[in-house]
Design a binder for this molecule. Structure first.
Ligand code: ZN
Length: 431
């Protein structure tokens, strides 16, 4: 499979230029933002700014026009022959989690740069203007909320978001944004910094953060949608504590047994939904009795756990959430326990544009590559663009060991395949 792929790849016309640019920029980014363990490019901080500077210098050296927008993002432009048409935007983010990996975000920015630079070098002038965005503030590690840079573009940040403080410096998001040149007054007024009607499409390449492409031996995947989620940080099941030897089963109100039954029922509902072709994943990642009071000979009176359901489809999310609530009520009644839920948190799902999915799949087939569809379990800026009404699309590139850690591993050949697919689709849409 790999050998066959490598043979086909030799046919990509821009491959050697793409490889040179990708290797050079990835090396430079790693060198500039290394923290000794991984790389650190904190949102609205020094590492992120250094990464933007580096990409901007390279874009200029390649003869492309660059600027910083009102959100202090880097924008690289290749002007089309009909600049009054809505432009095609591509890109990703350049920030990272602390001790993160070099490819998460940066791969999408480098892909966009390779495409604009390639068009410029060959003298291809698209009808539509092409813009590459190197976005800031996608990761939630520093300020607790993801997609800050793209949300700011569409007036989507609240005063509460802007008042969140970075745990290390104690500075607010608004202050950190101002430091790097964001028009914070406009962001505070929830004024869009970018007119969504001017953007014909958003195309984002990203490493896959799950194991699917590796498991299925596919170099790239075409993303169909980005999963949204509904979460509770803490659900508390309260029953009654008691002596494990003295209380018979029929008099017990065991919080662990009740919660175990709840999770088992949720797993059954999950499987049923999958059998009906629904997209859904369910997780209870934090789970436990209170170490202050739990004991081997004590019937547990309280269990705390987190709840998370993700789906590409809002209706499926809400349907599963309803099942969760009704199971809590039912099991509560049967077992004499109660489930208390903290604040419901949610992030909206996003559907990728059907026309673009078709275009990307055709591009992949045209290059002799598989055209598999894949949902995105992790969130991306593309969700914000899609929910702003902009037709949006994503290409995933195979990557081992997940992301948000220094061990993420993307083969450069897979990256070049992803760039080739993206280039062919953008060429088709821009002319
Ligand atoms: Zn990312």
């Amino acid at each position: 499979m790999m050998a066959a792929l490598a043979e086909k790849r030799a046919a990509f016309p821009e491959e050697s230029a793409d490889r040179k640019l990708a290797e050079e920029l990835l090396d430079a980014l790693r060198a500039k933002t290394s923290d000794g363990v991984g790389i650190t490019r904190e949102s609205y901080g020094a590492g992120e700014s250094a990464a933007l500077d580096l990409v901007e210098a390279k874009a200029r050296a390649l003869g492309l026009q660059t600027e910083r927008d009102a959100g202090a993002n880097l924008v690289v432009t290749l002007e089309g022959s009909e600049p009054e048409l809505p432009f095609l935007a591509c890109g990703s983010h350049l920030d990272s989690v602390p001790q993160g990996g070099n490819f998460d975000g940066a791969a999408g920015v480098i892909a966009g740069l390779a495409i604009l630079a390639g068009f410029k070098a060959e003298g291809f002038r698209p009808r539509r203007t092409l813009k590459l965005y190197a976005l800031r503030g996608e990761e939630s590690a520093r300020f607790g909320k993801a997609y800050l840079g793209s949300s700011a573009l569409f007036g989507g940040l609240t005063p509460a978001d802007l008042a969140v403080k970075d745990a290390q410096s104690g500075r607010t998001l608004a202050e950190c944004m101002r430091d790097v040149g964001v028009a914070v007054d406009r962001v505070e007024r929830a004024e869009p910094l970018l007119d969504a009607a001017r953007v014909a499409a958003w195309v984002e390449l990203h490493i896959e953060q799950g194991p699917v492409l590796v498991a299925r031996n596919l170099p790239v995947g075409i993303v169909t949608g980005i999963r949204g989620n509904i979460r509770h940080r803490a659900v508390e099941c309260s029953g009654e504590a008691g002596h494990s030897g003295a209380v018979p089963r029929w008099l017990r109100r065991d919080a662990v047994f009740a919660t175990a039954e709840l999770i088992t029922h949720l797993d059954r509902h999950w499987r049923t939904l999958l059998e009906r072709g629904r997209d859904v994943v369910v997780t209870s990642g934090v789970f436990g009795t209170d170490p202050q009071e739990h004991a081997i000979a004590r019937i547990p009176g309280t269990v705390r756990f987190s709840f998370e359901v993700r789906s590409q489809n809002t209706e499926t999310l809400e349907a599963f959430y309803d099942l969760f609530l009704s199971e809590c009520a039912l099991i509560g009644e049967e077992r004499g326990v109660s489930f208390k839920l903290d604040r419901r948190l949610e992030s909206t799902s996003a559907t990728m544009d059907a026309g673009w999915v078709t275009r990307l799949k055709a591009a992949a087939r045209g290059l002799g590559l598989p055209d598999e569809e894949i949902p995105s379990g992790a969130g991306h800026d593309a969700a914000v663009f899609a929910n702003a009404g902009i037709p949006s699309a994503m290409i995933f590139v195979r990557n081992e060991h997940g992301s948000h850690n220094p061990k993420e591993a993307m083969e450069i050949d897979d990256f070049l395949a992803g760039i080739a697919v993206m280039r062919a689709a953008i060429r088709d849409a821009a002319q």
